[in-house]
Design a protein around this ligand. Structure first.
Ligand code: ATP
Length: 236
């Protein structure tokens, strides 16, 4: 198991956002986390990446307990979260932004190889490589955020709402790219409002409701689950 979350609870002051959630991600998988607004999806990601400390429970990654490990040290071990929304550096060029993603690495040849890979995955970024990040369209900035995370060559890529705010055609594209990234060997944990698209591509998925995991199964199982359909897919 690459990631193993066991009985994790998390508090924001007096508000308990996670109530003992457990989930696993196996090497090679795409796992999706779906749920309504405020269910705790982003909070789960923050617990995994180490941005917020957990109140109880444990998180194991790649064979080690990382429950109390600092966020930057998690990145060094191969656990990288693409910034929420458009968290890129607006004053830096596309190439400089991508370079920043590799800041933990010293293997120049590997970095150059990954840069080629990212520019291959995102031809729009390749065309705009010398353009400042802040002048890119919203969709392009989102792609840059994913590309930058890939530059750390993560074992596990955490994606929080990669399709948020994108036009329908770009949503399709970003999901296709996620599948391609996965097929090239990166394990992916994905949080999505867009449950239909996420479940259609995920090997497995979990449903979060008010800080608890209420259901899990293969993407296909959940896609055809009547309760999931009614609550999250907009079909009765
Ligand atoms: P959304 O899709 O709307 O972002 P989500 O499933 O990602 O929803 P979270 O953002 O994880 O949900 O929020 C879970 C709960 O924790 C919500 O009740 C939210 O109001 C609360 N919460 C989130 N961040 C904070 C914070 N920084 N301080 C206090 N409460 C917070």
């Amino acid at each position: 198991m690459l990631l193993e979350i066991d009985d994790v609870s998390l508090l924001y002051g007096r508000i308990q956002a996670l109530h003992g959630i457990s989930l696993t991600v196996d090497e090679g998988e795409i796992v999706a986390l779906i749920g309504a607004n405020g269910a705790g999806k982003s909070t789960t990601m923050r617990a995994i990446s180490g941005i917020r400390p957990v109140a109880s429970g444990s998180i194991r990654f790649d064979g080690e307990d990382i429950t109390k490990l600092r966020a930057d040290l998690r990145v060094r071990r191969g656990l990288c979260q693409a910034p929420e929304g458009r968290g890129i550096f607006p004053g830096m060029t596309v190439l400089e932004n991508l370079d920043m993603g590799a800041y933990t690495r010293r293997d120049r040849a590997g970095i150059a190889q990954d840069l080629d890979r990212v520019l291959g995955l995102f031809p729009r970024l390749a065309e705009r490589r010398r353009q400042q990040g802040g002048t890119l369209s919203g969709g392009e900035q989102q792609m840059l955020a994913v590309g930058r995370a890939l530059m750390s060559r993560p074992k596990l890529l955490l994606l929080d709402e990669p399709s948020m705010g994108l036009a329908p055609m770009l949503i399709q594209q970003i999901f296709d790219i996620i599948v391609e990234i996965n097929q090239q060997g990166t394990t992916v944990l994905l949080v999505e409002q867009n449950a239909q698209q996420a479940l259609a591509r995920a090997h497995r998925a979990y449903v979060l409701e008010t800080g608890r995991i209420v259901k899990s199964g293969t993407g296909a199982e959940l896609l055809h689950d009547p309760a999931v359909k009614e609550a999250y897919l907009g079909v009765a």
